[in-house]
Design a protein around this ligand. Structure first.
Ligand code: NAD
Length: 323
């Protein structure tokens, strides 16, 4: 049985990926600084380790053939904008130590989880942007903390392949969302935040929306995300690859879809004092389709319906709304 390590297995994508890999017959060690919040892990072994530390990375990578590196100090746009030093420091330590421990322990393949935040600001300065191709990453002008760290580690992965023969795969996620992800507390992303606000609102209530609502993004449902990760890991493609949907919508449209799912009339109040990130962003999936012979298939409406129901259920469970 192939043994794999999933780092960040207590987090949103890592938890779903662990389940997916166990279902496919892998032996999985999960590592994180915390256990999954909303459901027990499916991992055969789960170790609480701080991966900023070199010794812990050596422990985590022992005896495994492959590493899926998902551990990161991260959050939504509010968190990323206000914690640049912490994010840069923690994630460089986690990623360089994980990569080098994988080399020392003779791991054959490592997947690095990068982000659409590595794409240059100058290509994302209007709502109606051209979808981002992988080659657009340079000349570099990534998001100013989290984005620089991701772009830097992408390069280090490439150097580890070239200099040490460690096979690396690099995926650039575009806004992954779904059930069992953070939906409150400041680290949540826009789909989860909007589902929570709509679930807490009464019919015809007003909810606050960050920015003017015209900023655009594309969103990818978690089941497609783990399928894509797995396909990339099994492929022989060594360059960074986008993984996201290529249907671009405004934040206002996102609110409207969630309101429709919830069956509520919702008014929007735009808060221009809040960070909104880049003005527009979409994924160009040409390379994804070519390399993986596949692309995400779950519609935004379906994904948001499943996510909304889960978040509503959590709010009922914790007594914040009536069942
Ligand atoms: P998440 O925050 O839910 O999961 C990350 C996990 O890493 C958390 O459980 C956290 O506790 C763990 N972690 C943080 N510091 C650690 C440390 N020092 N040692 C061990 N574990 C530590 O985030 P996610 O959405 O599941 O993201 C997974 C990966 O995908 C990350 O690398 C993230 O940057 C990347 N990514 C995610 C998205 C997205 O839309 N969710 C977009 C782009 C990139």
């Amino acid at each position: 049985m192939k043994k794999v390590l999933v780092t960040g297995a207590g987090g949103f994508i890592g938890h779903h990926l662990t389940k997916f890999l166990v279902e496919r017959g892998y032996w999985v060690r999960g590592v994180d600084v915390k256990l999954p919040e909303y459901e027990a892990t499916a991992a055969h072994e789960f170790e609480l380790l701080d991966l900023r530390r070199w010794d812990n990375c050596l422990t985590a990578t022992r005896g495994v053939n492959e590493v899926y590196a998902l551990a990161a100090n991260m959050g939504g746009i509010g968190f990323i904008h206000s914690h640049k030093a912490e994010i840069s420091r923690d994630n460089v330590l986690i990623n360089i130590h994980t990569l080098d421990a994988a080399r020392v322990q003779g791991v054959s393949r490592l997947l690095y989880t990068s982000s659409a935040c590595i794409y240059p600001g100058y290509l994302q300065d209007k709502p109606d942007v051209t979808p981002l191709k992988e080659e657009d990453a340079y000349p570099a002008d990534p998001e100013d903390g989290y984005g620089w760290e991701k772009l830097y580690t992408e390069r280090v992965c490439r150097h580890y392949t070239e200099d040490y023969g460690l096979e690396t795969r690099t995926v650039r996620f575009h806004n992954i969302f779904g059930p069992l992800g953070t939906y409150d507390g400041g680290r949540e992303k826009s789909p989860a935040a909007i589902c929570r606000k709509v679930a807490l609102a009464k019919d015809e209530d007003v909810i606050d929306v960050w920015g003017d609502g015209k900023q655009t993004r594309s969103y990818c449902y978690i089941d497609d995300c783990v399928e894509g990760i797995y396909r990339l890991m099994r492929s022989d493609f060594r360059e960074p690859l986008n993984l996201g949907q290529d249907r671009m919508i405004t934040i206002d449209e996102l609110v409207d879809i969630v309101a429709k799912v919830a069956g509520k009339q919702i008014e929007k109040q735009h808060d221009l004092s809040k960070p909104q990130g880049v003005r527009g962003r979409n994924s160009d999936n040409s390379l994804l389709r070519k390399v993986l012979d596949w692309e995400p298939i779950i519609s935004l409406e379906e994904g948001l319906a499943r996510t909304y129901e889960w978040i509503r259920g959590e709010l009922v469970k914790t007594g914040r709304i009536a069942g």
